[in-house]
Design a protein around this ligand. Structure first.
Ligand SMILES: [Zn+2]
Length: 216
């Protein structure tokens, strides 16, 4: 039972990493048989993983055609996402600073710390992990801020998965770490204005780092 659960998880992570690092490019067909060969597992955990990825918006299932990687977000959608984030997240970061507890701060610091600078390991796995951790970090801030509707709204966009898929580049992760530290410092000081500013700066820089993806 436990073995089956961890196998399903491993298969999911393997496919997730391929999608995030564009080894399976946006829009590409995903063949279950190919994955069976590549990952040396049966169809069951692969179908399970693809169903989960479909729920996360990373995989699309078409009747009679099968699975494919979700298409890349358009530049317009990208700009809309960042506008939404800029409208909501700085304000929520300020609110989180105002109601920050020591326990919540410790959790956020731990979540930020997991995103290690040079994990060594597989760069592709590290990148996909960072995307997930970044999503978690931002979600935890929204949890502390306490507006569940804002939290749900942003969670439904699966923003981080889509934006990290725009570009597979170490710079995307390295620079974000410093920006997260600035946000944490503002939380530690319970400084509402500094938290709002640090979050705004982080989102604006994130947007600027990823914009070149649309040039090619
Ligand atoms: Zn971030």
């Amino acid at each position: 039972m436990h073995r089956a659960a961890s196998l399903a998880e491993e298969v999911y992570e393997a496919i997730f990493a391929r999608l995030m690092a564009l080894k399976i490019p946006p829009g590409a067909r995903i063949t279950v048989d190919n994955l069976v060969r590549e990952l040396a597992v049966s169809q069951t955990p692969i179908r399970e993983a693809l169903g989960r990825l479909e729920g996360e918006g990373l995989v699309v299932k078409t009747h009679l055609v099968g699975y494919s990687a979700a298409p890349q977000i358009t530049r317009r959608r990208f700009e809309e996402l960042y506008e939404l984030r800029l409208l909501l997240e700085p304000k929520m970061a300020g609110r989180a600073a105002a109601s920050m507890t020591d326990a919540a701060l410790a959790e956020l610091t731990a979540a930020a710390g997991v995103m290690s600078r040079s994990g060594g390991a597989d760069e592709r796995a590290r990148y996909s992990q960072f995307a997930r951790q970044d999503a978690l970090f931002h979600d935890q801030i929204l949890e502390v801020a306490g507006n569940e509707l804002v939290r749900e709204t942003l969670a439904h966009q699966h923003t981080h998965f889509h934006i990290f898929r725009l570009m597979f580049h170490a710079r995307v992760t390295e620079e974000a770490l410093d920006e997260h530290e600035a946000i944490l410092a503002a939380f530690a000081a319970r400084n509402v204005d500094a938290a709002r500013q640090a979050m705004r700066a982080h989102i604006e820089r994130s947007r600027d780092r990823l914009l070149p993806a649309f040039d090619s």
